[in-house]
Design a protein around this ligand. Structure first.
Ligand SMILES: Nc1nc2c(c(=O)[nH]1)N[C@H]1C(S)=C(S)[C@@H](COP(=O)(O)OP(=O)(O)OC[C@H]3O[C@@H](n4cnc5c(=O)[nH]c(N)nc54)[C@H](O)[C@@H]3O)O[C@H]1N2
Ligand SMILES: Nc1nc2c(c(=O)[nH]1)N[C@H]1C(S)=C(S)[C@@H](COP(=O)(O)OP(=O)(O)OC[C@H]3O[C@@H](n4cnc5c(=O)[nH]c(N)nc54)[C@H](O)[C@@H]3O)O[C@H]1N2
Ligand SMILES: [Mo]
Length: 798
């Protein structure tokens, strides 16, 4: 365990219980109490959190630190073009040009003028305002919502659909069972599982590292305690995962080290065992599901000549056939909860493991019974499995978008590459729009997107203008034309809330805005004023007015479902609302099970669709009408593994949230000589003559990066783990293709940028083969946190 993690456990143990009168703030990874102020401000663990995360403790240092964007900045060639001093904006110089720092008035004039020009010349459908990204906790200042509302007030923008988190599953699940946002809030709770579940089988663990966060603010960390209570109650755990250490029950568990990307085959083989052994539940399948016969024919091999037996699955998954057979029988004999990590659907054909999981759970017939059925993401964020009050919390209204065009979020590079080209998505035939201006606030595409060398080339050649609001000089900020400095959560007031979290938090302003940073809301208000949309954007309210309005609206919605919240003044004065519901019993689909006619699902049939006529009707070769196994384009069983024999898992980092705070203490304590660690099994390290701390080149045909070896017996052979979030640090900011060595350890120079399928077009980051070798080139020092150069200022010394 890392030092920051030991320290915060101790701090929490020492912290006094009782309602803190303290000034609180909320971040995605937790609530923190303020100590001191100004330059002496620090944070400490929230006394009521049993398992606080150290990630947020770095926030005051980061907020005051050297990487803040302190003044509005414009890229030199872009400014020369805009001012008529130069014919073009030299877009290819994005990332290389120095910036010119300018005053706010001038910066806002430039942005407003450029928005007006692009709208007039090319229409609102040439503005990409998808602006995907997690932003910060705080329901009002949520940057992505702010951009959307602002651009809607101007007549609309090209938006994105779905998320990087859940591309494939988000599109699939409404056809099959229920929308994923609905599923999140109805997961069977930890306490119910401790009492009723006997066997918990998970694909991809229940990673407590990931449950450090909830989007909007984790408040009481539940997952470590939930797992322990289950283990103490005698629940048996089986973790099917390429890595062993993505679950910690406090006790023993069985690990089945599966080949990455093959879970659908394993699940289908377990379905086959149930079918062949007559261990499935025909009554449940008849009363609550549709299409089982079509799946059964596939399992028996009637449709493709291949029975989906355990022996068949062993060849694909490398999990022994005898164990597959026995485990399926154990499931049928006892109360079993199945779980799946979201990472499994962030892959080519990523719909299939999710659909197969629902199919297996339906055949077991325990859906809707306490402790049985399935979960889609225990451990993916803190709130899943929580039984705190459920209501729709404070949300910034985004207005309505007059532009119909959108892209599935992970298709941004395809959009830039091929405007006017048609593509498939969820039964529709859509066309990529022609984008001239990109507007981003609250996201980091040079963190989140796949195949970054490809994105870099398109980013530098296609859009005429790129505007970014940022707190820090991230790679995306460095690659923008205009960068406007945004405040952090510490510098503003807001409400911390996430669905099913225990507390709602009055977030205090704890620091004065640093440098000339302004709230995104204030920036958009001034731009809207210049563009004649002030009233539409602000509705006459200032930030405090909005915070109160969002609270009052949520209070009304809460009252409708029987949750009584006090008036705003009481909330604000108290600082914290406790939303625990003593005695709550959350059992997913209990009502549907009890009476499927009275409580139907939202699927076309109202039942669980093991075969979907609707999806089959789309006619996609890469996503037929029922769960099936299809080879991904890259996996350890493919011929491509001869050249690139390691499957690269780019999982979520335990020391930060995505790229946020990569530059801060908790994340930096985990680096080796400034490089991101890459996990290798002892066998794979030995076969390459590598030892801990060695610097390696990780490469495939898409790109190459450096990283430092950290061997781990928790990894199966053939699998490498390079967590996401290391700031993109190319040798050359010019788009010079896969030879451009990334010096820090960003896995997205290696990952694959294709849609999961024609159905979802979800991100396929986990489908990725690489090779690893000792780095023997000239000595390299990573420089991810170097500032850009500024005209008239000495260059930064990293
Ligand atoms: N290879 C690989 N890639 C992945 C994944 C993977 O598993 N493997 N996972 C994917 C997933 S699930 C996700 S969700 C994405 C995450 O991708 P992102 O959500 O884009 O990542 P973040 O690092 O959270 O970026 C948020 C940015 O917003 C800035 N920010 C924070 N608060 C504010 C604010 O108030 N105002 C403004 N203007 N800016 C703010 C932060 O400084 C930061 O730069 O990554 C995806 N990428
Ligand atoms: N600390 C921290 N927590 C986070 C985040 C973060 O950045 N930092 N990000 C948040 C976000 S936005 C999201 S979307 C969630 C994501 O939650 P997930 O997508 O579930 O998270 P991952 O860590 O990518 O993967 C979970 C586990 O799945 C395993 N796995 C990968 N591929 C396979 C496979 O093919 N088969 C099997 N059986 N297992 C596999 C990985 O080894 C890993 O241990 O996490 C959230 N939580
Ligand atoms: Mo995510």
């Amino acid at each position: 365990m890392n030092k920051p993690y030991e320290d915060i456990q101790e701090q929490a143990a020492q912290a006094a219980a009782g309602l803190p009168q303290a000034r609180l703030t909320a971040m995605h990874w937790g609530v923190y109490e303020a100590v001191g102020s100004g330059d002496a401000l620090s944070l400490r663990a929230f006394a009521r959190d049993p398992a606080p995360s150290p990630i947020g403790l770095s926030m005051p240092d980061a907020a005051r630190g050297p990487l803040r964007v302190r003044r509005p900045a414009v890229r030199q060639s872009w400014l020369a073009w805009k001012e008529g001093r130069q014919a073009g904006a030299a877009r290819a110089r994005r990332g290389q040009d120095p910036f010119v720092e300018i005053g706010w008035e001038r910066a806002l004039d430039l942005v407003a003028d450029e928005l007006a020009r692009v709208r007039q010349a090319h229409g609102n459908a040439s503005i990409f305002g998808g602006s995907y990204g997690w932003s910060s906790a705080g329901r009002f200042h949520h940057a992505q919502s702010q951009v959307h509302r602002f651009l809607n007030a101007l007549g609309g923008y090209v938006r994105h659909a779905d998320s990087y988190s859940l591309g494939a599953a988000r599109v699939l699940l409404p056809h099959v069972v229920a929308p994923i946002d609905e599923l999140f809030t109805i997961h069977t709770s930890w306490d119910v599982m401790a009492r009723h579940t006997r066997l918990f089988v998970t694909f991809g663990g229940v990673p407590a590292k990931n449950a450090q966060v909830s989007s909007g603010g984790a408040t009481e960390h539940l997952v470590p305690g939930g797992l322990r209570r289950m283990a103490e109650a005698g629940v048996r755990f089986v973790n099917i995962s390429p890595v062993r250490d993505d679950i910690d029950t406090g006790g023993e568990f069985e690990w089945l080290p599966i080949r990455p990307g093959t879970d659908a085959a394993l699940l289908l083989a377990m379905c086959h065992v149930l079918l062949a052994g007559n261990l499935h539940d025909p009554a449940f399948l008849a009363s609550h599901c549709v299409g089982f016969e079509r799946v059964a024919a596939y399992l028996r091999g009637e449709t493709d000549g291949v029975p989906k037996t355990p022996a068949w699955a062993e060849r694909i998954t490398e999990v022994p056939a005898a164990r597959i057979e026995a485990l399926a029988r154990e499931m049928a004999a006892t109360r079993t909860m199945l779980n799946i990590a979201w990472s499994l659907q962030r892959s080519h054909h990523g719909e299939q493991p999710f659909w197969a999981l629902v199919t297996l759970a339906a055949m077991l017939g325990q859906i809707g019974l306490p402790g049985g059925g399935f979960g889609v993401g225990y451990g993916a964020t803190n709130m899943i499995g929580s039984d705190n009050a459920k209501f729709s919390g404070p949300t910034m209204p985004q207005g309505s978008n007059a532009v119909a065009d959108f892209i599935p979020v992970a298709r941004i590079a395809d959009m830039l590459a091929a405007p006017g080209t048609p593509f498939d998505y969820n039964g529709k035939r859509l066309t990529y729009p022609d984008i001239r201006l990109i507007y981003w606030a609250g996201g980091n595409p040079f963190h989140h997107h796949q195949d970054l060398n490809r994105l870099l080339g398109l980013w530098q050649s296609k859009p005429e203008t790129i505007v970014v609001h940022e707190q820090f000089w991230t790679p995306t900020a460095k690659l923008a034309d205009i960068v406007l400095p945004a405040t952090t959560t510490l510098e503003r007031e807001d409400i911390g809330y996430a669905s099913r979290e225990r507390y709602m938090v009055a977030m205090r302003q704890l620091l004065a805005p640093q440098g000339e940073a302004r709230d995104d809301y204030a920036i958009f208000t001034d731009l809207a004023t210049r563009l004649g949309a002030r009233e539409t954007f602000t509705e006459g309210l200032d930030a405090r007015g909005w915070v109160q309005r969002l609270y009052d609206e949520a209070r009304g919605r809460a009252a409708k479902v029987g949750v009584a919240l006090p008036g705003f003044d009481t909330f604000w004065q108290q600082g914290l609302l406790d939303l625990q519901q003593p005695g709550a019993e959350v059992v997913m689909f209990a009502d549907f099970r009890a009476d499927p006619a009275a409580s139907p699902l939202g699927t076309p049939s109202g039942r669980i669709e093991l075969f979907s006529e609707r999806i089959a009707g789309f006619g996609y070769a890469d996503c037929p009408g029922h769960a099936c196994w299809m080879e991904p384009v890259e996996w350890l069983g493919s011929s491509k593994a001869a050249e690139h024999p390691l499957h690269l898992l780019s999982d979520q980092p335990f020391t930060k949230l995505h790229s946020q705070l990569d530059h801060a203490a908790c994340s930096r304590a985990n680096k080796i000589k400034g490089f991101e660690p890459i996990g290798l099994s002892p066998q794979d390290a030995q076969a390459r003559g590598l030892a801990d701390g060695d610097v390696v080149r990780v490469f495939n045909a898409r790109g190459a990066c450096l990283a430092a070896v950290r061997t781990s017996a928790a990894l199966r052979a053939g699998v490498a783990r390079l967590s996401t979030g290391a700031w993109f640090d190319p040798t050359d900011w010019r788009a010079c293709g896969p030879g451009n060595l990334e010096k820090h350890g960003n896995p997205n120079v290696l990952s694959l940028d294709i849609g999961a399928s024609s159905l979802s077009q979800g991100c396929s980051a986990q489908t990725c083969l690489v090779q690893v070798e000792r780095y023997t080139g000239p000595a390299v020092v990573p420089t991810p946190y170097a500032l850009p150069t500024f005209v008239g200022k000495p260059p930064d010394q990293p």
